[in-house]
Design a protein around this ligand. Structure first.
Ligand code: KG4
Length: 335
């Protein structure tokens, strides 16, 4: 089955053609990051307009580079939730038009399920059940992937997402947008022991997380140092910050895997590209004898290949949408 997949939930316009869920025939991506960098973060209206201007050409390119013709497509998969509502609607409406014109099924895909599925592309041998950490700009979740479409949440952030926290910390450190990759690089030159940052626990919910206090602590350190006219060791603050986020995520995923008896863990989402988090997962999983799946960097951030992959499994499970498909800014991954 060959699926054309569309992803427009945030500031990346992406279209891919995927065969039988696991083979990428083409994957095209247009990142708007430079346009949003001017404003220090994603401007929803600008994101929607750019998706609308780009999606048609990108879809044509994806079909051309896949080596097949449009009439060979068996389905159109699209991210319909969660994300920026205007941005999602561009993808959903384009997908509806294409599915109708080609007379093929329209398959709705949850964005976070797509992030999890990035691991199926990277690791052909990976099959559920496994535990997955998803950390992106909008979500921080620990999910128990019982089957391709039966997914339950074991832990979640009670406030900010880890990626949002990386971006805010990077911004106050003067690293621009998107800040995660720049903070990651700077942290590699610092001494993480120089700053003690909060690692809050949520009573009675051992796998839930909170990142807003950590974000505020970084902002306060930067402002207090500025007010006193002292020099700030930005690299060490970045190193302490990355080590703290990593500790919060890794410790919970490992503990949850032990409690649930899962012997496989995977990571996903833009923050899974972080070098400290990747290294800590390798160390901790090794100690616990857990099999670890870490996707390559190009499959961590938003892309459409992961939507095509999950779309295939959603299709097999019976998911179909009509021309009344709507987009949703929020929707639980276990809906
Ligand atoms: O998954 P993603 O591309 O988009 C969403 O679905 O949200 O994640 C974007 C997030 C941003 O917050 C970005 O700063 C963060 O992932 N990110 C990183 C790194 N690369 C991207 N955070 C920490 N270290 C990185 N190397």
């Amino acid at each position: 089955m060959i699926i054309l997949a569309i992803e427009t939930s945030c500031d990346e316009t992406a279209v891919a053609v995927v065969r039988n869920g696991r083979e990428i025939l083409s994957s095209e991506l247009f990142s708007q990051a430079d346009m949003h960098a001017l404003y220090g973060g994603v401007v929803p209206e600008i994101a929607s307009r750019n998706h609308a201007a780009t999606i048609g050409k990108l879809a044509e390119l994806a079909v051309k580079n896949s080596g097949i013709t449009k009439c060979k497509l068996d389905g159109v998969a699209v991210t319909y939730a969660p994300g920026l509502i205007g941005a999602l609607l561009v993808g959903v409406n384009f997908a509806k038009g294409l599915a109708m014109a080609l007379d093929v099924p329209l398959i709705p895909v949850h964005h976070i399920r797509g992030h999890i599925a990035a691991n199926y592309i990277a690791f052909p041998e990976l099959e559920p059940p496994f535990l997955c950490m998803i950390a992106s700009g909008g979500s921080s979740l620990i999910a128990d992937v019982r089957s391709y479409t039966d997914i339950s949440i074991v832990g979640r952030s009670r406030d900010d997402a880890a990626g949002e926290c990386f971006d805010k910390a990077a911004r106050v450190l003067g690293l621009g947008y998107p800040g995660g990759p720049a903070l990651d690089k700077l942290a590699q030159m610092g001494d993480e022991a120089l700053f003690a940052l909060p690692r809050p626990n949520i009573e009675g919910h051992p796998y839930d997380m909170s990142f807003s206090g950590l974000k505020t602590a970084v902002v306060n350190i930067v402002h207090n140092t500025e007010q006193k006219g002292e020099a700030l060791d930005k690299a060490s603050l970045a190193a302490s910050f990355a080590a703290t986020v990593s500790d919060i995520l890794v410790s919970r995923v490992i503990a949850a895997a032990r409690e649930l008896g899962r012997d496989k863990i995977a990571i996903a989402g833009g923050v899974a590209a972080n070098s400290r988090i990747r290294a800590d997962f390798v160390k901790s999983a090794g100690k616990q004898d857990l099999k670890l799946f870490i996707p390559p960097l190009n499959l961590c951030g938003d892309n459409a290949a992961m939507i095509g992959c999950q779309g295939y499994y959603e299709y097999l499970a019976g998911a179909r949408a009509g021309m009344d498909l709507n987009a949703f800014a929020t929707l639980d991954v276990s809906f």
